[in-house]
Design a protein. Structure first.
Length: 247
């Protein structure tokens, strides 16, 4: 494969990966607590090209160099529902699952039949002492900015609010959940975060920005396709010219 075709093919592959991330951002534009993904590009030059003959031009391939999740704060939307909790500042709720803890900014919760505060997927929300947050489901409750749950003026539980020194250890799971992919990285008590009862944190993915990026990537995709067509045509003509010379 010639350098032009190889570079164009690599560029197309990188744009396909970008489209996948962008499509996921757009699909979750209305998902509470969702954090958008972004990418940066770089150039790849194979180590073997160091031994290329003088006067040759090895292919420099465009690739996605880095992917990351944007953990910036999303807007807080009022719902009026007492079981909806939003976080203002850095931090995560902890949901207990059979496979281990999951971390989320999605505070759209409910009270289960046995009085446990849980996610809409049925995962109990963890208290600061590691046990499920449990309350009297027949009574109303309030949650302070510090995450203390109260009923009848009495403190019932302290909701666990944690954070990580390096959020790159968090890997996305379905919905708005994250899992700690590095056992060595332990979550710490979140500092400076406040709980807002009756609100939900919306996604930080901006639909208008994503739509503009979608148009840009599609145009780049079309340009790279044309480059591949030009490369294929140049190769065809080179083969035909060689055949004419040899005849």
């Amino acid at each position: 494969m010639d350098a032009l075709t190889a570079a164009a093919a690599s560029g197309i592959r990188a744009r396909i990966e970008s489209l996948d991330m962008l499509a996921n951002n757009l699909a979750n534009a209305s998902a509470a607590g969702f954090k958008s993904d972004s990418e940066s590009y770089g150039l790849y030059l194979a180590p073997e090209t160091a031994d290329s003959p003088e006067g040759t031009f090895p292919a420099i391939l465009p690739v996605i160099q880095n992917r990351w999740t944007d953990f910036s704060q999303g807007p807080l939307l009022p719902t009026g529902n007492s079981t909806d909790l939003a976080l203002s500042g850095k931090g995560f709720f902890v949901a207990t699952t059979p496979s281990g803890p999951l971390y989320t900014r999605n505070g759209s919760f409910r009270v289960s039949g046995n009085g446990q505060l849980e996610t809409l997927d049925g995962y109990p929300i963890q208290a600061a002492d590691g046990r499920p947050v449990t309350l009297d489901k027949t009574k109303s409750f309030e949650v302070t900015p510090e995450g203390i749950l109260r009923q009848d003026g009495q403190d019932i539980a302290q909701i666990a609010l944690v954070d990580f020194d390096d959020t790159r250890v968090l890997t996305k799971r379905r919905g708005s959940y994250f899992v700690n992919s590095s056992p060595a990285a332990k979550p710490a008590v979140a500092a400076g975060v406040e709980v807002r009862q009756g609100k939900i944190e919306a996604t930080n993915s901006e639909s208008a920005h994503s739509a503009a990026r979608l148009v840009t990537i599609l145009r780049q995709f079309e340009a790279l396709q044309k480059a591949m067509t030009i490369g294929a045509d140049m190769n065809r003509r080179a083969v035909e010219d060689v055949a004419k010379v040899g005849s």
